[in-house]
Design a protein around this ligand. Structure first.
Ligand code: HEC
Ligand code: HEC
Ligand code: HEC
Ligand code: HEC
Ligand code: HEC
Length: 217
């Protein structure tokens, strides 16, 4: 019987198969890991807005408290964005003709809220709540980074499930005293109460915070 395949065919098909297998593994890795990278999650990219609002000017420069604008952060699941009249408490008097602020004046005149593009947006199947984190000693910068140094707001942390779980596994070292929640430059120091003391102070420890049903309900 004449040979249909030359002996080298085995080698070639083996090689071909391993290349395909290799590409498959790489592809799987890409498919799994790429969406979790900082690049894919736009970490560090500022978001363009109609009005170039600067936290750096308003928070670090003028010393305005987060709660002046994000009024519901302590009492509700959402932090909320300021209505136009909050801006106008000052901008009806300062920078009244600035071109940059024209959309703010239009918004007030036409009684239509300013549309802000979202910087953070979790998928709808995740349950999140601001007020409990604030009440239990988690500061804004743990999830939002150094907001007071942002000329334009950007996402500082990935906010992936892995990010949430890293803290939920062991919250103690990430907790801070109550009076430091809004201080976006806060760092743990020698005089900070121990993680154990903070866990006790905030009565944390009764629940398993990594249960799927905590965040997926
Ligand atoms: C003078 C009002 C004002 C103050 C004070 C203020 N913010 Fe904001 N904040 C805004 C406005 C307006 C936006 C929407 C535009 C933007 O994203 O920059 C915003 C957006 C944000 C966002 C992004 C929201 C999103 O789309 O996901 C975060 C996070 C945030 N602020 C945190 C803070 C923190 C933390 C503080 C205090 C350290 C603070 N803000 C103080 C007005 C304010
Ligand atoms: C407590 C007073 C106050 C409030 C409230 C306030 N601003 Fe300002 N804003 C200022 C002052 C003062 C400046 C000038 C800052 C400077 O040049 O250092 C300014 C500057 C600006 C500028 C010019 C660019 C810059 O950052 O220098 C924009 C745009 C602006 N504000 C938007 C807003 C918007 C939008 C809101 C509402 C979400 C708002 N401001 C709320 C006081 C305020
Ligand atoms: C434990 C993490 C965490 C902490 C702490 C936290 N945030 Fe957020 N924040 C988020 C997440 C996640 C979102 C996106 C929510 C969504 O998409 O539904 C968000 C969204 C926001 C928004 C957009 C509007 C909204 O409510 O969805 C603002 C403004 C904001 N945060 C301000 C703050 C301020 C101010 C503080 C501190 C007082 C703070 N956040 C503390 C995780 C956090
Ligand atoms: C820096 C620490 C930290 C990070 C980051 C964090 N959490 Fe939490 N989370 C806590 C603490 C502390 C509690 C309160 C635990 C308690 O009361 O026993 C909590 C509680 C919760 C609860 C329970 C709320 C309730 O009413 O039962 C949910 C839901 C939650 N977190 C979701 C998230 C999600 C989603 C993320 C990521 C976007 C996140 N958390 C990131 C520390 C954190
Ligand atoms: C502390 C909050 C938290 C807990 C607890 C949690 N998740 Fe998630 N989960 C998230 C967040 C946030 C996302 C969205 C991540 C993103 O933006 O892609 C997510 C996304 C997912 C996804 C979508 C695919 C993915 O990985 O992006 C699946 C599936 C999932 N979670 C399953 C689970 C299961 C199973 C458990 C229990 C073992 C669990 N989660 C516990 C916060 C949580």
């Amino acid at each position: 019987m004449a040979a249909i395949f030359r002996p080298s065919a085995n080698l070639w098909s083996a090689l071909g198969l391993s290349v395909i297998a290799g590409l498959f593994v790489l592809g799987l890795g890409w498919w799994f890991f790429f969406p979790r990278t900082n690049y894919a999650r736009h970490v560090g990219w500022h978001v363009e807005q109609l009005v170039p609002f600067s936290h750096q000017h308003h928070v670090a420069g003028l010393g305005i408290d987060c709660r002046f604008c994000h009024t519901s952060v302590e009492v509700s699941s959402t932090a909320g964005l300021p209505p136009t009249y909050t801006c106008m408490t000052c901008h009806s008097q300062i920078w009244t003709n600035a071109k940059m602020l024209a959309p703010v004046r239009h918004s007030l005149a036409e009684n239509k809220p300013i549309v802000w593009n979202r910087v953070h947006d979790l998928p709808d199947y995740v349950y999140f709540n601001h007020s409990i984190h604030i009440a239990k000693g988690v500061g804004c910068s743990s999830c939002h980074g150094p907001v007071d140094r942002m000329p334009l707001t950007y996402k500082a942390k990935t906010l992936t499930m892995g990010f949430c779980l890293e803290c939920h596994r062991n919250p103690g070292p990430n907790l801070r005293p109550k009076d430091q929640i809004y201080n976006t430059e806060w760092q743990r120091t020698e005089s900070t109460p121990s993680p154990e003391a903070l866990m006790a102070e905030y009565h944390i420890g009764g629940r398993n915070l990594t249960d799927c049903s905590i965040c997926h309900r």
